[in-house]
Design a protein around this ligand. Structure first.
Ligand code: NAP
Ligand code: ZN
Ligand code: ZN
Length: 347
């Protein structure tokens, strides 16, 4: 076994603290990655605080992982020692169901093996990227294009693919008006990607202080949702709405902003269900849909797209000792737009 240093939550109400645990030995198909950077996703907070239920403790969060390959198993074909590699939200799946065979491992019928807060095929609890190293089957490891910076790329592995996948699935692009609700980690990637796809993007935000950032990221309009007059003018304006909000909020107010046949795509996962009014959906044949991350093939496609279009996440790099403070700042919306942990601080 490989002794590994990390930061873990020992219970839902505990702050993250130093924690030593064991990774499995490098198997024939495995890659050992020395982690250099790991993004902090709001899902890490939801899970470390058991807001979605069923959390497994102690928990080392982190599913936006970038590092350097330091060892490969004898059967590994795609990676060599020294390569820059990434790991996103899952590290295995059944590999045989229809979804897996289509490259949609995130919809695996047996359930994907989450990077942390899950069980691997041997029944061991998986642990994430707030740690010095990880061992992952090469089929679930991502090659990182050379031109992308490791810190700016780590958030692409969740925030990037979670917004890229639905925008691609629904073909959001030229001639479409898209509203992005919530300008956080996911929201800022959605603005950058949708602009690169040619869509006209409006940001709907609770924070007036993000107006300038939204424009810089490529949004053509910015509306503060607490301003009822401006909000009212947006009725039937959008073809698509991408909702990235992490806290309970009223979906119905946004549905009314869709054109006839418009689609509201939920990616944010508040911890409580919300009531839905049928009339705003029925009267304009509108849809509400959802989407979770993306498969390995699509994540590689997204990384190539980002390399080609020079798209990275806007990050604030922190030492791991500041992780609890970073969680509090995320909850206050005080981050532009993703914290990334520099794992050199844990060595
Ligand atoms: P984040 O950086 O905290 O951004 C969330 C944004 O939501 C905030 O910046 C804020 O934007 C807005 N917001 C927060 N509280 C709000 C409230 N009460 N009412 C309205 N808006 C509010 O979080 P993130 O990392 O982007 O993650 C967002 C959500 O997506 C989380 O629930 C996360 O678990 C989920 N997620 C889902 C997937 C998936 O595959 N579907 C993947 C990753 C994450 P403004 O300041 O602009 O209002
Ligand atoms: Zn995430
Ligand atoms: Zn499967």
């Amino acid at each position: 076994m490989l002794p590994t240093k990390g930061y873990a939550a020992s219970a839902a109400k505990s702050p993250l603290e130093p924690f030593v645990f064991e990774r499995r030995e490098v198997g024939p198909h495995d890659v050992l990655i020395a982690i250099t950077h790991c993004g902090i996703c709001h899902s890490d907070i939801h899970q470390a605080r058991d807001e979605w239920g069923g959390a497994l403790f102690p928990m080392v969060p982190g599913h936006e992982i970038v590092g350097t390959v330091t060892q490969v198993g004898p059967a590994v074909r795609r990676f060599r020692v020294g390569d820059t590699a990434g790991v996103g939200c899952f590290v295995d799946s059944c590999r045989t169901c229809g979804a897996c065979r289509e490259g949609l491992e995130q919809y695996c019928e047996a359930g994907m093996v989450l990077t942390y807060n899950g069980h691997d095929k041997n029944g061991q609890i998986t642990q994430g990227g707030y740690s010095t190293q990880t061992v992952v089957d090469e089929n679930y490891v991502l090659r990182i294009p050379q031109t992308l910076s490791p810190a700016g790329t780590a958030p692409l592995l969740c925030a990037g693919i979670t917004t890229y996948s639905p925008l691609r699935h629904w073909g959001v692009g030229k001639y479409h008006k898209l509203a992005v609700v919530g300008l956080g980690g996911l929201g800022h990637m959605a603005v950058k990607l949708a602009r690169a796809f040619g869509a006209e993007v409006t940001v709907l935000s609770t924070s007036e202080r993000k107006r300038k950032d939204a424009e810089r990221l490529g949004a053509s309009a910015f509306v503060v949702t607490s301003d009822p007059q401006t909000f009212a003018k947006l009725q039937r304006r959008f073809d698509y709405i991408l909702d990235t909000v992490s806290a309970p909020h009223d979906y119905n107010a946004y549905v009314n902003l869709l054109k006839t046949d418009g689609t509201m795509i939920l990616v944010g996962v508040p911890d409580k269900p919300a009531p839905l009014e049928p009339f705003p959906l029925i009267l304009h044949r509108r849809r509400i849909a959802g989407s979770v991350i993306g498969g390995i093939r699509e994540t590689l496609e997204m990384l190539d797209f980002c390399a080609e279009h020079r798209i990275e996440s806007d990050v604030e790099v922190i030492p791991i000792q500041q992780v609890n403070e970073a969680y509090e700042r995320i909850l206050k919306g005080d981050v532009r737009f993703r914290f990334v942990i520099d794992l050199a601080s844990l060595k």
